[in-house]
Design a protein around this ligand. Structure first.
Ligand code: ADP
Ligand code: MG
Length: 666
């Protein structure tokens, strides 16, 4: 099974080189990635609606025959329009962008009968569907149909085809070493079949649930074994670090004294480092609670004891910012940190790597680039991972593996309840920093339906030289929705003088940096961004953050985003714009953001409120990099197996396939 799972997707029938490369770019690399592209939902597809009864805004299935096929528009707006009619004379237009190949598709020849599923919109009195799922009528069989999230421009139906091909390839011989252990649950292969083909299998809801759980167990048990290994590593003996003169000097140059919460966390870390055993600690502190200074202190103690220290951040934007902040603070001590990111010039990079290898560089901050194969550390003693939930276990593991008995300090503002942290982080020690530095006011939060009033408020804020973040959801280019580009164009019309710029994860690091620098120096006062800004960016003048389609995010993530504003004494504001489809339940959930300003409390609320009603197989973005597990919903499952972990070891292939890796936003 695992042999096939790791095969390249190009071995699947129906995948040509072009599609393979598109899928690969969007993260679908191997057959297993296809198999784990689980349905987002299932629809009862037994009912077909006559074309004349189709209702605006409602997703439905209908049937008809192709009347004509046209291409319209030019360049990026070019589209294929398929006009279908039915025997009663009603007609419907199917519109496809970026799909010129459809013009040559024999199944769309005039007269051919189609079965179509999509959401109906009216456009100048004409019913139309944008990128509907379609297939020849004879290929359609009524029943429960899986609905897949589109990927790399492939719609649900095409994703479904690939999944079927992958299932066929694996066949009945597919096996997982956990199958016997987990009996009488379905085997891994059975569970996959059930999840993808409920109708062929004639399943009930509880069968389905069991199938999903079985798949999750495959991931969970593998993960817990990885954690166990890491814990054993943490028992390694390390040098005792007592000398901390540099830290005292650093505390003297800080503009403020440490808060009580910072002081307590720092003492815990200091004690770890002096104990003679490898540190394995998670520092959890709300957004803006001041974790960076703690990181700096820990790095200095390492340097004082003749070791190198690294700080790994999830984005280059954040790494650059850390380097600036730290170097400002360290300059009076005659110390400095270096920067290592993926986008560096070759010569610069070579010099840096040489410095790390010969030990002349003792502190370095960077992105994943810090764990590139060619990076060698002379005597790494401390690894700090900032916004650690953005990384996978494997990456943390990689980093600590670059030296002997390397201490690990993971930092995160995404709070998870303690019992979960224990299960998920392999019994890391936990330092909690609650509360903010003095003088900070909670960000005033509003749920807004009326956008016109919002614009007036924004103008006032811009007039006072306040900065505004505008957050759009991360969206596939092909999907019809708010992309960064579209939003920048739209907002420029309304706020022509705000120097609006965009920022998203696929931009070059240097361009992201440019946007952020412009935002900080005020030449750009409105920054449209995806959630790349979520992680740790610190622009003090940011006063307002507007979050579009806020109901798509977890409360803890919204809290993180909200933490981007109100970072000094000025009042910060957060406006949540729910999407048009937001359910009452979703709005109710969002309302909690208004009154609650404690990250941990919000995380716990999220656990309680999410769950029922969420689409099957959907995953919260920004989570821990699991393929299937959802930390906010599978808590009970995770805790149970943490306590009753079976001896059965996952194979190397399984470790490799399930390696918990966070999505990189860089
Ligand atoms: P986070 O925990 O989110 O990483 P940061 O380390 O970025 O928070 O700190 C947020 C802001 O608070 C920074 O501008 C920092 O200079 C400031 N800050 C940190 N510690 C203190 C303190 N003890 N007193 C006042 N301001 C502080
Ligand atoms: Mg931070």
């Amino acid at each position: 099974m695992y042999g096939i799972i790791e095969q390249d997707i190009s071995i699947l029938p129906g995948i040509g080189p072009a599609i393979a490369s598109r899928l690969q770019k969007s993260g679908v690399q191997c057959v297993g990635d296809i198999l784990l592209h689980l349905p987002r939902d299932y629809v009862d597809d037994r009912i077909s609606i006559p074309m004349c009864d189709l209702q605006e805004g409602v997703e439905a299935r209908t049937h008809g025959y192709v009347q004509q096929l046209d291409a319209s528009g030019y360049g990026r707006r070019k589209q294929v329009v398929v006009t279908v009619s039915d025997d009663d004379g009603a007609s419907l237009q199917l519109r496809f962008f970026h799909s010129p190949f459809l013009l040559r598709d024999a199944r769309l020849a005039p007269g051919r009968r189609l079965s179509i599923r999509g959401k109906v919109e009216w456009w100048h009195g004409q019913a139309q569907m944008l990128h509907p799922d379609w297939l020849p009528e004879e290929a359609f069989h009524a029943g429960w149909q899986p609905v897949y999230a589109g990927q790399a421009g492939l719609n649900s139906a095409r994703m479904g085809k690939l999944v079927s091909a992958a299932l066929n390839l694996c066949g009945a011989a597919a096996q997982s070493p956990f199958d016997t252990l987990l009996a009488p649950r379905p085997t891994f292969a059975q569970a996959l079949k059930r999840a993808h083909q409920p109708d062929i299998q004639g399943l009930s809801g509880s069968d389905m649930q069991q199938a999903f759980e079985r798949l999750k167990l495959e991931e969970l048990i593998t993960y817990l074994h990885v954690m166990l290994r890491m814990r054993r590593q943490a028992q390694i003996v390390a040098e005792k670090w007592h000398n901390d003169a540099l830290c005292s000097a650093f505390l003297d140059v800080l503009p403020y004294s440490l808060t009580d919460a910072q002081e307590k966390a720092w003492q815990e870390i200091r004690a770890d480092l002096a104990r003679g055993q490898r540190m394995h600690r998670l520092l959890q502190g709300d957004v803006g609670s001041g974790k960076t200074w703690i990181a700096a202190l820990a790095m200095l103690i390492a340097v004082q004891n003749d070791k190198q220290a690294v700080l790994m951040a999830p984005t280059s934007v954040l790494a650059v910012q850390h380097v600036q902040t730290l170097n400002d603070l360290l300059a009076p001590l005659g110390k400095r940190v270096s920067l290592l990111t993926g986008g560096m010039k070759a010569a610069e990079r070579r010099a840096l790597l040489a410095g790390l290898a010969d030990g002349s560089i003792d502190m370095v901050v960077g992105t994943h680039a810090l764990i590139s194969e060619d990076v060698v550390y002379r005597n790494l003693g401390l690894a700090i991972v900032d916004e650690q939930h953005r990384f996978g276990v494997r990456q943390r593991w990689e980093l600590t593996g670059r030296g002997e008995a390397v201490h690990l300090l993971a930092m995160s503002a995404t709070p998870i309840p303690r019992s979960m942290a224990l299960a998920l982080y392999g019994d890391m020690d936990l330092s909690l920093m609650r509360g903010m530095p003095p003088g900070r006011k909670p960000v005033e939060t509003r749920l807004v339906g009326n956008r016109s009033k919002l614009a007036d408020g924004m103008q006032r804020m811009l007039d006072e030289d306040g900065r505004i973040y505008w957050i759009v959801p991360r969206i596939d280019e092909d999907e019809d929705g708010a992309s960064v580009e579209q939003r920048v164009d739209g907002l420029k019309k309304r706020f022509p003088d705000a120097g609006i710029l965009g920022m998203h994860g696929k931009m070059k690091a240097a361009d992201k940096e440019k946007s952020l620098i412009a935002f900080a120096d005020g030449s750009c006062r409105l920054l449209v961004s995806t959630t790349v800004v979520e992680v740790g960016v610190n622009v003090l003048q940011a006063r307002l953050i507007v979050i579009e389609q806020a109901d798509r995010y977890g409360l803890a993530q919204l809290h993180q985003l909200r933490g981007r504003v109100g970072r000094d004494e000025a009042q910060g504001y957060c406006v949540l714009l729910p999407s048009s489809e937001a359910s009452n339940h979703a709005l109710e959930r969002l309302r909690h953001m208004v009154g609650c300003h404690d990250g941990l409390e919000l995380a716990e609320l999220d656990l309680k409120l999410r769950g029922a009603g969420d689409a099957v197989g959907a995953r919260q973005s920004g989570d821990m990099g699991f393929r299937l597990l959802d930390v906010s919903r599978d808590g009970a499952l995770i805790r149970h197996w943490h306590e009753h972990l079976p001896e059965m070891q996952p194979t190397e292939a399984m470790l490799h396939f399930w390696r918990p890796m966070a999505e990189s936003v860089d």
